[in-house]
Design a protein around this ligand. Sequence first.
Ligand SMILES: NC(=O)c1ccc[n+]([C@@H]2O[C@H](COP(=O)([O-])OP(=O)(O)OC[C@H]3O[C@@H](n4cnc5c(N)ncnc54)[C@H](O)[C@@H]3O)[C@@H](O)[C@H]2O)c1
Length: 316
Amino acid sequence: MDVIVDTISFGGKCLYYFLEAFTFKIIPPKRKDVAGEIVLITGGGSGLGRQLAIHFATLRAIIVLWDINEEGNKETCRLIKEMSNVKVFAYTCDCSKRQEVYQVAAQVREEVGNVTILINNAGIVTGKNFLDIPDDMIEKSFAVNALSHFWTYKAFLPAMIEANHGHLVCISSLAGTIGLNGLSDYCATKFAAFGFAESLFFELDLIKKTNIKTTIICPFLINTGMFDGCVSKYPLLLPILEPKYVAQKIIDAILQEKVYCTLPKSASFILYLKQIMAPKMTVAMVKYLGGETIMASFKGRMKPNTLPPETEEKHQ
Ligand SMILES: NC(=O)c1ccc[n+]([C@@H]2O[C@H](COP(=O)([O-])OP(=O)(O)OC[C@H]3O[C@@H](n4cnc5c(N)ncnc54)[C@H](O)[C@@H]3O)[C@@H](O)[C@H]2O)c1
């Protein structure tokens, strides 16, 4: 009897949510107002993080920037202050270091208030074939790209739960949905970040904290410098994205409270094919799309601002 009731209830919910999603495709949901929200962006000192900070400033949110790169953070602050009079706070923080995250988070709570929109954006890439990646670089990639998300959630989620209000944003990657050669450590960290954010999305729903939203972003290559040298084989199908465009799309996804956002749109179709194709077909598709050679010309950031100082010294 329970099975029948459960199945009918499940079917009803599926139909309801399907119709809701369908309606939102035709009439996009009302965009939420983020004026006065406290937005913390890790890795706010350059690239995508900087663009997100600038966009949020135009929406009159209070901006908190975290980065290991103090100069980059200052520059983002300057750009924001130049164009608006919103409040912006910059903190030098190595978010791969748990105690440092907790310490700077306490400072933010005292000096700014409770963070209500948390954007885990800081990231690094080594860009080497698996056997060439030094062990400490693998650990560092996990610490920055994945573990840091655990520490920032631990620091800021309790206040969101208490208020049943907040938004958690995970900047994963297309490489967090499909494994690619030359990116084994990066892909693994981005899958980890995706899985962590998705798990918390379910966990928050189960404890009925449904006003804490989750958005997981999976972009293809962005022209920020992080993947300098990489080229797209078919730029019409998979263009290298401009940071301003990506930031705008991420803001749209946040304001519309979308859970998943893959960029560009064509990439969603590729991921769909991956789910339904035989593994050998997926390999053929990845090769056809240039996955085999995408990292061959990788240079990465020539400016040393993505790696923490001690790692740079060892690996330059
Ligand atoms: N650039 C791309 O092609 C691309 C594609 C998909 C996803 N992403 C992801 O987008 C995010 C932003 O990348 P980006 O392209 O703007 O690169 P970026 O190098 O311009 O920005 C990364 C920022 O993170 C900061 N950072 C690095 N380690 C840190 C640490 N330990 N603590 C605090 N800050 C630290 C850097 O100083 C830098 O300001 C990353 O998570 C990246 O993995 C980038």
